[in-house]
Write a protein that binds this ligand. Structure first.
Ligand SMILES: C[S@@+](CC[C@H](N)C(=O)[O-])C[C@H]1O[C@@H](n2cnc3c(N)ncnc32)[C@H](O)[C@@H]1O
Length: 275
């Protein structure tokens, strides 16, 4: 793909940044210009639906149906993820479930910024492994949310090409929780796992619509998109929807240094709500 067939001026880049911010609450910094060009040139260029970035921007402004805005959002969000990413957190979740299910009437887990679903389905596998047959008699559910409709649609299907799975999931778990299609070389999540997971659209900048409190919230590799002020708003909203002594888990490389929040910090990017 040639990026330089068309030129993205600094002014137009700023317009895209503003529009993306209005749509998602995510602020793209100046050094992301190359990324924006790279992502948008999939639909901008001599042989593409939009010949220039100006044309795309005008079309976005007049996009009354909203389809183009959805495509624009999908193109600019980063969806990298894989099963059992940062494994420590899944061990932690398993321990939490085993230790607490007898004293909790229900458990709610949330994969916030779930991307293509690998994180939420890994959590569901952990639920099965932790509870065994009890999983069918206990009120435990996982909510998986994202702002990109592309990844939500993908996550809902729960079908993964073997090349994306290999090496990340132990063989016995693959056999137990997936069907393998030899012709298509895809693994499909079994119903018993899918049934635990609800995949929904949710912009983390919007008001949260929840009626029940969460035990553990995975918010991993998502806060990178937001500035400090927005991070504080999101963390405060999440604090309010976590059970007392419940947990928030961030990506291992993420830190809340310089960000105001009410959580107690534990090792491995794990945060706990006070009683
Ligand atoms: C890098 S992925 C992280 C996936 C998974 N949590 C993990 O750690 O492997 C970040 C996800 O956050 C989503 N995201 C970004 N901004 C968001 C927002 N404002 N509301 C909801 N999801 C958002 C992106 O669409 C993307 O799928």
């Amino acid at each position: 793909m040639k990026i330089k067939d068309v030129y993205l001026s600094d002014i137009l880049f700023k317009n895209f940044v503003q529009l993306f911010y209005d749509l998602t609450g995510i602020y793209l910094k100046d050094y992301k210009k190359y990324l924006v060009e790279y992502r948008l040139c999939k639909i901008v260029g001599p042989d593409k639906p939009f010949k220039t970035y100006e044309e795309l921007y005008e079309a976005l402004l007049h996009d009354t149906k909203g389809d183009l805005r959805i495509q624009f959002t999908n193109l600019l969000t980063t969806n990298y993820t894989y099963f059992f990413r940062e494994e420590n957190h899944f061990h932690f979740l398993k321990e939490y479930i085993i230790k607490n299910y007898k004293t909790q009437n229900y458990m709610r887990l949330w994969s916030a910024g779930c991307s293509t679903g690998e994180e939420a389905y890994s959590m569901a596998i952990v639920c099965h492994e932790a509870l065994g047959n009890m999983v069918h008699h206990y009120d435990i559910k996982i909510l998986a949310t994202d702002i990109s409709m592309d990844v939500i649609t993908f996550a809902m299907k729960g079908v993964y090409h073997y090349s994306k799975i290999r090496g990340n999931i132990e063989d016995h778990l693959l056999k137990k929780y997936f069907y393998f299609d030899k012709d298509k070389k895809t693994f499909t999540i079994k119903e018993s796992i899918k049934n635990l997971v609800q995949v929904r659209f949710l912009n983390l900048m919007d008001t949260f619509p929840f009626t029940r409190l969460f035990d553990v919230v995975f918010l991993r590799n998502v806060l990178i998109y937001f500035d400090n002020n927005e991070k504080e708003i999101i963390l405060s909203k999440i604090y309010d929807i976590i059970k007392p002594q419940g947990y928030l888990i961030l990506g291992l490389s993420e830190s809340l240094v310089g960000i105001r929040h009410k959580f107690i910090q534990l090792p491995h990017s794990i945060y706990q709500k006070e009683v």
